[in-house]
Design a binder for this molecule. Sequence first.
Ligand code: C2E
Ligand code: MG
Ligand code: MG
Ligand code: MG
Length: 286
Amino acid sequence: YKAKSTKSGHHVYRSDDDSHGDLRLRTLQELRSAIGDDELELHYQPKVDLATGNVQGVEALVRWNHPTRGLLLPEHFLDLVEEAGLMPGLTRIVLNKALDQAVLWRAQGEQLTVAVNLSASSLVDRDLPDRVGAMIASRGLPASVLTLEVTEEFLLNDRERARDILTRLRALGVRIAVDDFGTGYSSLAYLRDLPIDELKLDQSFVFPMIDDERAATLVSSAIALAHSLGLQMVAEGVENSVAYNELVRFGCDSAQGYLVSRPVSAGELDVWLADRKVTAIVRGAS
Ligand code: C2E
Ligand code: MG
Ligand code: MG
Ligand code: MG
């Protein structure tokens, strides 16, 4: 069989591997048990308010803690999850873990919101809004604790279905974000008539803005477009302070990226949040 090597030398399945290979089959069997055996875990990446520097919330990003291959990133297993029809199970696990964590944060006095990614295939799941509502209510959480991130593909595959699902989710009080905004080769018409709260400008627009004036103009225009439609704009992939400061100047609402923090475990996030408070106190005192 063909297998790709990651930087760490681990062989992992990719969708462009020989689809009849042993590795694919083995990975598939392992995935089925992983979804039962609690090998999936969430890392959390903070999102900060660019006007105040405050942490607004976090995005939950799934990892597969494989017993022999180590911690695998989504790019190494999500395609297979999708092909194997295991995405509804993964989504349920991620939602439960993210909402459990939100309960823990509240108990610690952190009012963090949490964002969960929905794949385009979730569109077929008509019961999703009811299930999400029950998951939130059973934990005594306000629905505003949850943001669901969908792609343009989700929005456009079946526009009426998307409208129905998003309208019901939003009626609960869940926020809806369009992830990877600008990469979907789509018309912008959906912005006019689909129920959306937030756009997440894809990192491929943010990376070049620091040394390309046209790229920066595109970013500032996208921010203006979002605001003129009453939508919040989040910039993804903010890796350096030049980009961060430009986004502040453009009036972008929030930012996520390695400059602020990489996605980290819940334990590491606690430490990061505590460090940030100390830094704020020291800054305030000086
Ligand atoms: P996404 O939702 O657009 O998440 C952002 C990705 O960019 C994350 O990769 C994150 O680690 C990475 N990133 C964040 N800041 C920076 C930065 O400053 N520079 C660079 N170069 N990268 C940055 P990750 O965690 O590997 O996730 C990749 C994709 O996998 C996600 O893209 C999302 O589409 C998907 N995904 C992750 N978790 C889930 C999940 O629970 N369910 C579903 N359906 N998809 C998920
Ligand atoms: Mg996302
Ligand atoms: Mg994204
Ligand atoms: Mg992405």
